[in-house]
Design a protein around this ligand. Sequence first.
Ligand code: SF4
Length: 350
Amino acid sequence: MSDKIRVSFGTASVLGLSTSRLDAVPTCAYLMVGERCVFPCSFCPQSTRSAGRADPRMLSRVIWPEYETNAVLERLKTACTKGLIRRVCIQSVESPGTRLLVMDLVEKLHDALTVPISVSLSPGSLSDVREIFARGGARVGLPLDVATPGLYARIKGGAFGAAKRAILKASEEFPGRISTHLIIGLGETEEDALRLVQEMVDAGVKTALFAFTPVRGTPLENMKQPPLDMYRMIQVSRALMEAKKLRVSDITFRDGRAIDLGDAALRVIFEDDGFIASALRTSGCPDCNRPFYNERPGGVMYNFPRPLAPREEREERGFLARVIRERAAGCSCETQSNHAAQCDREAQCI
Ligand code: SF4
């Protein structure tokens, strides 16, 4: 095991390793192993295509300071005992030697802690997945990240089919213990994303949704984050699909946008108490809330890392109602994409 380890900024604060004030606290401790990845993912600051690669502390928009591994372990024990940390997730950056370090760390954490351990690593070798479980891992996240073969080749520089097959095989061997990550806003349509989510649901794989976040120094640094209406439609559809209350075949798409989820789905969205609040929470492994992984404090909340306040729930309900109503009426204007904008054609849409 390496004597130093990187932990996310928020994790460091929960563990008392830093004194920063947090707007939302992580309930999962995020640890990073490896740096300067060998893969060329265009959205990632650790990739071979990133000019920001010189700074090994970055993953997504988050800074990961380095600490003594033993100090992190001791503090983790206390935080888990107090119930502050309910899961630990090891983010494996694909660099030479990382796999061995990850395996050792899984075992060490499993022996020392009572909370479940997740590991996120590139989909590939099934023997690595087996080894993680053999060493005491509880779940494995195999990020597909993008929704289509064309985007995969362009953005991740590899074969989508092989990566997806690796995820499905892992889930076949370890049912109910595999997650994947899907980043929304990389050029896919809602239909692309939801067809993939359905495939994952059918294979028993949980999908953790991320909103694309431009990071300085990466080839995609100038690309925008996804429109909020797109993200919310995918979030509620994913939640319905995972609850087996919607199938992608029930959704009517026009030009790749979901324009009708069907009456049964709408009843759940607007009549089931707490559905919207739970659908908009961070998705993925249980107790993984990734605060501000895709968001800036005070900015658009793509994934809520904590329960929604009653006012937020009312606003989100109103926003979704407007988006669904306008889409059904054939409106595709840009004002759908954020909360604040008022459409001057609203009278025609309603
Ligand atoms: S969903 Fe969260 S805990 Fe699970 S692998 Fe992804 S980042 Fe880790």
